[in-house]
Design a protein around this ligand. Sequence first.
Ligand code: GLN
Length: 470
Amino acid sequence: MNKTLKQLHEELKSGAILVEDLVSSYIKVIDEKDKEVHALLGMYSDGLISSQINKAKEMFKSGTDTILTGIPVVLKDNILVKGEHATGASKILENYVATYDATVVKKLKDAGAILIGRANMDEFAMGGSTENSAYGVTKNPHDTTKVSGGSSGGSAAVVAYGGVPVSLGSDTGGSIRQPASFCGVVGLKTTYGNVSRYGVMAMGSSLDQIGPFGNSVGDVEEIYKIISGYDTLDSTSLNEEERKVKNGDFKKVIGVPMDFISRDGIDKEVLNNFSESLEKLKGIGYTIKDISIPNLEKALSVYYVLMPAEVSSNLARYDGIRFGLSNPGDTSIRSYFESRTAGFGSEVRRRILLGTYVLSSGYYDAYYNKANLVRDMLIKEFTKVFNEVDVIATPTSPVPAFTIGEKSQDPLSMYLADIFTVPANIVGVPAISVPSGKTENGLPLGIQFIASLNREDILFTTGRDFEKLY
Ligand code: GLN
């Protein structure tokens, strides 16, 4: 049984365990397990780790400790830590060293956390299996022939095998929730604007959010409290007034878009597990209501137009001049070609091409603008549904963790696996994945709860009630 953050905190505070011993004991697990799983791309420098340990000890001494003081944390490798490598799992940033701290990093450091290592991911967070990492796949700790999910596969796997109690990932279309469900841990995507994106490599800026992984809903809530908050350095950050906007009381009503869920392509065990989970929730006083969200079907298409459009403009900065890899050519145009061709993997190139296409004149109205219109319709439909229900539930993923290599040559089938997770990003609402049992072969499954804007509190209450059932 994994210890909760509260238990670890008490042990550190009482002196039952020393900060340096706790950190070493986790690093020992990483040394043992990561050879096989490959959740991490590297550890932070000894200098950073030891200065954080000293700071944590000071905080305990002076009584300024927080629940995270002395706790080892791993960060997805698209989050910047000053003076440390950050690659986004891309060749183009192989030797890049960050020049400043992301806001979430500053908050974690201020809380006394011990940042220890960088988690593997799909290149620039594009993918659902970590197979798109330029540095090799992260295997699923429950079955190393399977993927860990993605794009934050490393962050999920390292928590799952006990290498750290908590980690951070990013979620643009499901990249926290899907690997959380594949690896049997809890993962939270917050309301858009709740956690600062400053210092995180941008993928789809209108969709990206950073969020935590942990062994329990309670642990994830603790991290959420520390990393969220208004930030003047992120123009999309919600201010205090905007954060107060909340809908009514919590009545334990869960909406389920059953038509949308029972579809071709959904795994039988996933569907059975989901129905069983709903029954269990009924058993503890939740009401389950069938709901209809007419345009929900279109969320995936909207995502695969808007996201590449944003990717193509965000990745223009990797030009071989300002950051990382630089392969000079005869002319400046040739230099761009050489550097980007050598630096980007095929999925990243595919998305840049798709994005450039949907933004080009003649197609802009047909694809990009239309996708934005459908996005507006979806926001309205979700708002309406949240007048009737507190939470929407779906399976997190239509399939359990798949075999390494099974989908990597078939991007479309990989994209289809995002069907249940992308709507929350399109609409900007918070969503959590909580473990809901295992398949016959022992692979973890997860249930997703989605709440309305700023109602993370509802996700925590429902999630906590739910996790007691398994
Ligand atoms: N699997 C999705 C994609 O490939 C989600 C990625 C993410 O959330 N970063 O786009």
